[in-house]
Design a protein around this ligand. Sequence first.
Ligand code: HEC
Length: 159
Amino acid sequence: MILPEPVRIPPSTKKYLAFKTKKMNKIIYFLSVIVMITLVASCGGKKESSNTEEYVANESKAEAQSGVDVIAQGEALVNGSDCKTCHHKTNKIIGPAHLEVAKKYDFTEANVKMLADKIIKGGSGVWGEVPMNGHPDLSVADAEKMAKYVLSLDGEKEH
Ligand code: HEC
């Protein structure tokens, strides 16, 4: 019977192999850490974006449910702009009282759009010859909120 000769690994090779497995372990460790980080990051990212979407959806839902938010926003915009130099809520200054504007027009979508356009572009001839300066920096959305606020002043609801 021939016994197989035991394999003799020279000590230098042994050291080399030990070093190699250590290195492999390190690489595997790093890879798993990277995979974990990627997983956590992608989950976190997804969660965040769905939260934002939810938030935006909730916000627009709330706005649709009651026009009150939009009108409050419009009031804040009017107060933050130069409107007050020429408009008082109930008294005529240089421009007509915003309450008078509210009484003159029905609170309809068409009038909101018309007044928003006038706020942005300016103009004269409806209340007298004094012109209103334009507000070209206002977005249409903001100008419409302002128009809605003005039109709400006589207690009318959008219809
Ligand atoms: C320089 C003065 C001045 C400023 C500032 C001003 N307005 Fe006027 N506004 C007027 C005058 C004057 C009129 C009347 C224009 C006319 O007779 O067509 C007017 C008219 C209006 C009307 C009625 C438009 C119509 O056709 O009946 C609205 C609404 C209005 N302004 C909103 C605003 C808002 C909102 C702001 C602020 C972003 C603003 N105004 C800033 C002077 C001003």
